[in-house]
Design a protein around this ligand. Structure first.
Ligand code: NAG
Ligand code: NAG
Ligand code: NAG
Ligand code: NAG
Ligand code: NAG
Ligand code: NAG
Ligand code: NAG
Ligand code: NAG
Ligand code: NAG
Ligand code: NAG
Ligand code: NAG
Ligand code: NAG
Length: 730
C-alpha cells in the first residue's frame, strides 16, 4: 500500500507554515480593521443604496437539487460506448437553477445548468409541462433555458429520437424521471428563495486547461479571421455573480468552453467530470462545514462553445507506440485511428479531472471575488421553434443557402481522440427484437439524391432525417432562445458549437444589437441547451469532415442558419418587437412505452447464511493518511434507489467524536473522496464496495466506520456497517 502523503515536514515547509500562520493573523487583523468602518459606512448608505436600487436591483433565487438517477447497468451518455454501463458512483449529479426577476416582478428568466450529457427535447417538454401545472404561465418555453454541462459520465436514456434510443438502450424512465424531477425541484427551491439582489459580471482567461481536438479543421477558417485570435480555443471564462442587497453571496454561473471528458470511456462511476468538480470545490468552500450537496450557495459551471475543445491537454498519442497522432486524420501508423487517444494532465483520469476542475474553480473564484461590473437594466426573453431541415439562409446579396434534412457523415462513427470508435452498428446480442430488426432494415435505406446533394461534401453514413421508424431518428424542430439581463445576453444553443462557430455567433448577436443602437452587450453562449442536435462547425471546417463536421447534421449552412435566427431574436429584443416573433411549429411528443433493452431488476438475493449489508471483506484496523480504506458488503441493485428522492446517499463515512461520544458523518457519496462500486453476481447476488480515499491532512486522525445504504428489489431499505478503524499518521 503506497502512502501518497508526505509524513515529514521539510525546513521549507516549516517556514511556509509559519509564514502562512503569520499571514492569516495579519489578514484577520486587516479584516477586522476594514470591517469596523465599513459597517458604519454601509448602514449610513443603506437607504440611498436601497432606493437607487428599486430600479437597479433584481429579485434573485438560486437552487440546487439532485438529479443522479440510476447508477447501475444504465449506459452512460456521451461516448456511446456499449461497454460503458454505470457500476457505481464517484460524485452525485445536480441540477442548478437561477431565477432573475425584474424588481416589480413583471418579468422573470430562469437558467438551469444540469450535470448531464445534454438536454434532450423529451426532458424539456416534460419539465415545461410540470412547471406549467405548478406555476401556470410563470415559467414557460419562452423564459426557461435548460443547459447540460456535457459530462460524459451521467446516465443515458432520456431521449425520444431513435439515434439516441439506440445508444441509450431505449427510453429509461428512472433516468428521465430523476432528471425531470431534479430540474423542477431546483427551480422550486430557487423560486421559494427569491430575494432582492444584485448581479455582477467578470471575465478572465483560464490557462493550461484546454486544447483544440480538431486543429486541422480550425486551420480551414480564413487566415484573416484566425489572425484576430491568439488561440484556437476560447480561453475566456465569464462569471455572473449573484449577491443579495446586503451583500450575502447567493451563487454564480460560470460559462467556459471545455468538454467534460477528463473521465474517459472506460469509466463506470457516475460523476459530473471536471466542471462538476469545480462546482463541488466552490460550493464546499462557500457552504462551510456542510456535506456536499447541502447549503444555500450554488455554483454552476455551465457549458459553452466546447465543440472542438478537449481537456486532455497532453494531446493525442498512439497508445501502442506513444508517438503523437496530431494529424488531419488522427491516425496512427500501427492500428489506425482506434489507437489515437488524448489524455492528461494527471496520472489517471480522476487525477486529470481534479486538475482541470481545480483550474476552473480557482479562476472562477478569482473572478467572483473581484467582480465589480454591475449588470442592471431590463429583462427580455425570446424563444422560437424552428424546423432546421428547411431554413433558407441569405449568404450574401446574390446567393442563398439551405439547411438539409438531418444526416450523419462517416467520420461520426470514428469518434474523437477523446473517445474513439463511436458506434457499433452490429449489435448482435440484440437480434430477434422487433424494434432492432426494424432498425436494421431501415438502415439499409439509401439517402435521397436531394439529401446527398444538400450535405456535400459530407458522405452520408446515416440519413437520419429520412428514417422515421419506429420513431424519427433525429429532431427537426429545434429551439432557439435568447435572453437579455441588462447588458448580458445569453444565447441558448441546441448543440455543440466549435470555437470559431461560437465566435461568429457571439459577434453576430453583438453587432445586431449594435446596429439597433444597443452598444456593449456581453454575449455568452450557453451550450447543450433544450434539445440535442450534435455539432455545428463553420462552413470551412465542414469541408474537411472531421468528427465535428460529420456531426453537423443540418448540412454546411447550419451555422449561417443559426446566426440568421439568433440575429432575428436579438433584433426583436433591440427593437421591442418580441411579440411579432413567429412561435414556429411545436415539436412532437412521442409516446414511447417501455421501450428499453435494459435488463429488468432481478429480485436481490443474499448469499447463504448472509443478509443484505453484511460485510464480505472488512476494513483493516488501521490506515495511514493518503491510503484507501475499503470494505465490501452484500449488496442490492442500486437501480432500486434511483427514483427515491428521500434516499440521499449510497454511503457514509463517520468519525467518532471523542468528546461528545457521537458518530459524525464526514462524507457522503457526493464527495469526491469516496467511491461506491457495485458489481453484479449471479442470480440476483451483488456486491457493494465502498472506498474512502483518506486525505493527507492531520484533522483526519481518529476512529471511523463506513456504511452503505441500499434498497433491495422488495423495497426494503438496509444499511451495512464496517468495523471501526483508525486513521493514523504513520
Ligand atoms: C426613493 O426613490 C423614489 C423614486 O425612485 C422617490 O420617490 C423616493 O422619495 C425616494 N425615497 C427616499 C427615501 O429617498
Ligand atoms: C429556501 O427557502 C425555504 C423557505 O421557502 C427555506 O426553508 C430554505 O432554507 C431556503 N433554502 C435555501 C437553500 O436557502
Ligand atoms: C482511461 O484512463 C485510464 C487511467 O485512468 C487509462 O488507464 C486508460 O487507458 C484510459 N482509456 C482510454 C480508452 O483512454
Ligand atoms: C420550407 O420553407 C419554406 C419557407 O421558408 C416554405 O415555403 C416551404 O413550403 C417549406 N418546405 C417544406 C417542404 O416544408
Ligand atoms: C420540416 O421540414 C421538412 C422539409 O421542409 C419537412 O419535410 C418536415 O416534415 C418538417 N418537419 C416537421 C416535424 O414538421
Ligand atoms: C456570395 O456567396 C457565394 C457562395 O458562397 C459566392 O460564390 C459569391 O462569390 C458571393 N458573392 C459575393 C458578391 O460576395
Ligand atoms: C460490435 O459488437 C459485436 C457484438 O456485440 C462485437 O462482437 C464486436 O466486437 C463489436 N465490434 C466493435 C468494433 O466493437
Ligand atoms: C439519383 O442520382 C443517380 C445518379 O446521379 C441517378 O441515377 C438516380 O436516378 C437518381 N435518383 C432519383 C430518384 O432521382
Ligand atoms: C410494456 O407494455 C405492455 C403493453 O403496452 C404492457 O402490457 C407491459 O406491462 C409493459 N411492461 C412494463 C414493464 O411496463
Ligand atoms: C449456515 O449456518 C449454519 C448454522 O450456523 C451452518 O450449519 C451451515 O453450515 C452454514 N452454511 C454455510 C453454507 O455456510
Ligand atoms: C425512500 O427511501 C427511504 C430511506 O431509504 C425510505 O424510508 C422510504 O420509504 C423510501 N420511499 C419510497 C417511496 O420508496
Ligand atoms: C479518545 O479518548 C481516550 C481517552 O482520553 C483516548 O485513549 C483515545 O485514544 C481517544 N481516541 C481518539 C480517537 O482520539
Amino acid at each position: 500500500m503506497g502512502n501518497k502523503c508526505k509524513t515529514h515536514f521539510s525546513c521549507l515547509e516549516v517556514v511556509l507554515i509559519v509564514l502562512l500562520v503569520l499571514m492569516t493573523i495579519i489578514t484577520l487583523i486587516l479584516l477586522v480593521l476594514l470591517f469596523i468602518p465599513q459597517k458604519s459606512k454601509t448602514t449610513g448608505k443603506k437607504s440611498t443604496l436601497l432606493n437607487a436600487t428599486d430600479s437597479k436591483n433584481y429579485r434573485i433565487g438560486v437552487g440546487r437539487a439532485d438529479c443522479t438517477g440510476p447508477v447501475a447497468e444504465v449506459p452512460l451518455m456521451g461516448y456511446a460506448n456499449p461497454d460503458q454501463r454505470a457500476g457505481g458512483i464517484l460524485s452525485r449529479l445536480y441540477s442548478r437553477a437561477f431565477i432573475v426577476a425584474e424588481p416589480d416582478d413583471s418579468k422573470r428568466v430562469v437558467f438551469v445548468s444540469a450535470d448531464i450529457g445534454m438536454l434532450s427535447q423529451r426532458l424539456r417538454l416534460e419539465v415545461i409541462k410540470k412547471l406549467k401545472s405548478k406555476y401556470g404561465d410563470l415559467y414557460t418555453q419562452d423564459n426557461v433555458i435548460l443547459s447540460g454541462t456535457h459530462t460524459h459520465s451521467a446516465p443515458a436514456g432520456y431521449f425520444q429520437y431513435t439515434i439516441f434510443l439506440l445508444s441509450s438502450k431505449g427510453l429509461i424512465k428512472p433516468s428521465l424521471n430523476a432528471i425531470v424531477n431534479g430540474i423542477v425541484k431546483s427551480i422550486d427551491i430557487a423560486h421559494q428563495n427569491m430575494t432582492r439582489g444584485r448581479l455582477f459580471i467578470n471575465k478572465g482567461l483560464v490557462e493550461n486547461s484546454q486544447i483544440n481536438r480538431s486543429p486541422y479543421s480550425y486551420l480551414q477558417n480564413p487566415e484573416s479571421e484566425r489572425n484576430r485570435y491568439s488561440s484556437n480555443t476560447d480561453k475566456e471564462m465569464v462569471v455572473l455573480k449573484m449577491v443579495d442587497v446586503n451583500g450575502k453571496e447567493l451563487g454564480l454561473i460560470s460559462w467556459f468552453a471545455i468538454h467534460p471528458v477528463s473521465m474517459n470511456n472506460t469509466n463506470l462511476l457516475v460523476n459530473s467530470d471536471n466542471v462538476g468538480y469545480a462546482s463541488y470545490l466552490f460550493e464546499q468552500e462557500k457552504n462551510k462545514g456542510l456535506l456536499p450537496g447541502e447549503g444555500s450557495f450554488v455554483a454552476a459551471f455551465a457549458s459553452s462553445n466546447l465543440g472542438d475543445v478537449s481537456p486532455n491537454i497532453k494531446g493525442p498519442h498512439c497508445i501502442n507506440t506513444g508517438e503523437s497522432c496530431d494529424n488531419p486524420n488522427s491516425y496512427c501508423p500501427v492500428g489506425g485511428a482506434k489507437m489515437c487517444m488524448a489524455a492528461g494532465p494527471g496520472t489517471d483520469m480522476i487525477d486529470s479531472t481534479k486538475i482541470i476542475g481545480q483550474n476552473l474553480y480557482l479562476k472562477a473564484k478569482e473572478l467572483f471575488t473581484l467582480a465589480s461590473q454591475e449588470i442592471t437594466g431590463p429583462l427580455h426573453s425570446t424563444h422560437q421553434w424552428v424546423n432546421m431541415s428547411n431554413v433558407t439562409v441569405q449568404l450574401n446579396a446574390t446567393h442563398t443557402g439551405k439547411t438539409c434534412k438531418p444526416a450523419l457523415g462517416y467520420s461520426f462513427a470514428a469518434g474523437t481522440t477523446d473517445g474513439v470508435g463511436f458506434f457499433n452498428f452490429t449489435q448482435g446480442s440484440l437480434e430477434g427484437e422487433l424494434f432492432w430488426e426494424i432498425i436494421h432494415n431501415q438502415l439499409l435505406g439509401k439517402p435521397s439524391n436531394e439529401t446527398k446533394e444538400c450535405h456535400k461534401p459530407k458522405p452520408i453514413l446515416l440519413n437520419t432525417g429520412e428514417i422515421s421508424l419506429p420513431y424519427p431518428w433525429h429532431p427537426e424542430i429545434v429551439d432557439v432562445q435568447l435572453f437579455t439581463i441588462g447588458s448580458l445576453a445569453i444565447a441558448a444553443f441546441p448543440g455543440e458549437l466549435t470555437t470559431m462557430s461560437g465566435r461568429r455567433l457571439r459577434e453576430a448577436i453583438k453587432s445586431e444589437f449594435e446596429s439597433h443602437g444597443t452598444q456593449g452587450m456581453n454575449v455568452v453562449i450557453a451550450g447543450l441547451c433544450n434539445v440535442y442536435t450534435h455539432y455545428v462547425t463553420t462552413y470551412e471546417e465542414y469541408q474537411v469532415q472531421r468528427y465535428e463536421g460529420a456531426s453537423t447534421i443540418f448540412g454546411p449552412h447550419t451555422l449561417s442558419a443559426y446566426i440568421q435566427l439568433f440575429r432575428g431574436l436579438a433584433k426583436a429584443i433591440a427593437t421591442n418587437t418580441i411579440q411579432d416573433l413567429l412561435k414556429g411549429p411545436e415539436p412532437p411528443f412521442m409516446y414511447i412505452t417501455n421501450m428499453t433493452l435494459l435488463p429488468g431488476v432481478l429480485a436481490d438475493v443474499a448469499p447463504i447464511n448472509k443478509t443484505f449489508g453484511d460485510v464480505l471483506q472488512e476494513v483493516r484496523a488501521q490506515y495511514r493518511v493518503g491510503e484507501v480504506a475499503e470494505v465490501t458488503f452484500v449488496g442490492a441493485n442500486p437501480r432500486n434507489s434511483a427514483e427515491n428522492t428521500t434516499h440521499q446517499t449510497f454511503l457514509t463515512v463517520e468519525k467518532y467524536e471523542n468528546i461528545s461520544g457521537n458518530w459524525h458523518v464526514m462524507y457522503n457519496d457526493a464527495s469526491w473522496d469516496t467511491r461506491f462500486h457495485w458489481t453484479k453476481g449471479f442470480l440476483g447476488r451483488s456486491k457493494a464496495k465502498v472506498e474512502w480515499h483518506i486525505p493527507c491532512r492531520i484533522q483526519y486522525f481518529g476512529h471511523y466506520k463506513v456504511q452503505p445504504f441500499l434498497k433491495s428489489a422488495l423495497f426494503h431499505s438496509f444499511k451495512g456497517t464496517s468495523s471501526v478503524f483508525e486513521v493514523v499518521k504513520f
